[in-house]
Design a protein around this ligand. Structure first.
Ligand SMILES: Nc1ncnc2c1ncn2[C@@H]1O[C@H](COP(=O)(O)OP(=O)(O)OP(=O)(O)O)[C@@H](O)[C@H]1O
Ligand SMILES: [Mg+2]
Length: 349
């Protein structure tokens, strides 16, 4: 559905992310997470085509319809709430509006017909009848005659009761106006949903309703949220904005963070192998020693002393490679060129 290739964005000297190459598929829901100001909304704006990338490309499937809930959009207070929700399906809404306009003008021209230009009115009627038939087909093809019912259902699900559906938007408070905005996006039946913090201003019941709605959604959804439980309940994958790039992890928030932690735990060991004493004799970077095990029989004071000693001592373990491997010792092997060798502080000592 969406493919990004070597995508990057920077503002002045600040690089938010770079080299982002991802494939986002239909039927998957992606939680877009990261620290405040890391670039989540910016990435979403690039996907929506609201903003130009600094480098790389974004490609959407041809003719894909996209619904975007932006953090900073506002609606006209004078509009009827139900109409606003129905506008989410622009194709059907435009067809219905044109149909109504033609029907209204036919009524007016009937009156004119009686008074004067009978021939002209008859020709206009014929043209309108053709257009009306086209519109009927268009509306039927997009399941348009259920749009009003679907819109009312979504509004209700988002906590806006039927009694106010025909009232102007201005009668609602700010938080409820945002719900109408969300309803508009959900009603659209789009192929790609981009939601920037949809749970803002929603109470717990409405969040649960939204979770169910999104669970049934068959398209490709990218959702920014700081609500971890919501993400766990809704998303199938996680896009993590960190370390100047965006990483695709499998699973909802909790599962993805476990995977991320496992990767970063593995990383120091990989780095330590890479930075083992070099042939030119330069000293390796000292890895941070693992913390003492809680199950140790030693007293906490003794553990604390050995922890301090371990931090202070050069951690070059003189044990044999097999002993180090058996003890899972991550200290540096003793180097022949160094004299201050010791067995490691942890398990080989
Ligand atoms: N048009 C812009 N010009 C300059 N800097 C910008 C612009 N838009 C965003 N930024 C900066 O880029 C950084 C990322 O902004 P963005 O809104 O994408 O973050 P975010 O991850 O969505 O944050 P939050 O979780 O607070 O919504 C921020 O430091 C922001 O100030
Ligand atoms: Mg944001």
């Amino acid at each position: 559905m969406i493919a990004t290739t070597a995508l990057g964005k920077e503002y002045g000297a600040r690089v938010l992310f770079s080299g982002v190459s991802l494939q986002l598929n239909a039927g998957s829901r992606y939680g877009l997470v990261g620290a405040n100001g890391s670039g989540k909304s910016t990435f979403m704006r690039l996907l929506a085509g609201d903003e130009e990338a600094s480098e790389g490309t974004v490609a959407l499937v041809k003719r894909a319809r996209v619904g975007v809930l932006r953090q900073d959009r506002f609606l006209d207070d004078g509009e009827i709430i139900l109409d606003l929700a129905m506008r989410g399906d622009a194709v059907v809404w435009n067809a219905l509006t044109e149909q109504r306009r033609i029907a209204d003008s036919a009524g007016q021209s009937d009156a004119a017909h009686a008074a004067d230009a009978a021939h002209a009115a008859h020709a206009a009627h014929a043209a309108d009848a053709g257009r009306m038939a086209d519109l009927e087909d268009q509306i039927a093809a997009h399941d348009g005659y259920t749009l009003e019912g679907r819109s009312a259902e979504v509004l209700q699900g988002l906590g806006i009761p039927t009694a106010v559906h025909h009232a102007p938007l201005g009668t609602l408070s700010g938080g409820f106006k945002l719900r109408v905005l969300l309803a508009q996006v959900l009603v659209g039946g789009v192929d790609i949903l981009l939601l920037d913090e949809p749970t803002n201003h929603l109470d717990i019941l409405t969040i649960r309703w939204l979770e169910k709605f999104l669970a049934d959604y068959a398209g490709c959804a990218v959702i920014i949220s700081h609500d971890q439980r919501f993400l766990d309940n809704v998303t199938s994958h996680t896009l993590d904005v960190d370390y100047g790039t965006i990483t695709l992890l499998s699973g909802g928030y909790s599962k993805a963070m476990v995977e991320k932690a496992a990767v970063s735990l593995r990383a120091p060991r990989t780095r330590s192998r890479a930075s083992a004493p070099s042939s030119n004799g330069s000293a390796p970077r000292t890895p941070r020693p693992p913390r003492p095990r809680a199950a140790s029989s030693r007293s906490s004071a003794s553990r604390s002393r050995s922890w301090r000693r371990a931090r202070a001592a050069p951690r070059r373990c003189a044990s044999s490679p097999s002993a180090r491997a058996a003890a899972r010792c991550w200290s540096w092997p003793a180097s022949a060129s160094r004299t201050a060798t010791t067995t490691c502080w942890r398990t080989c000592r």
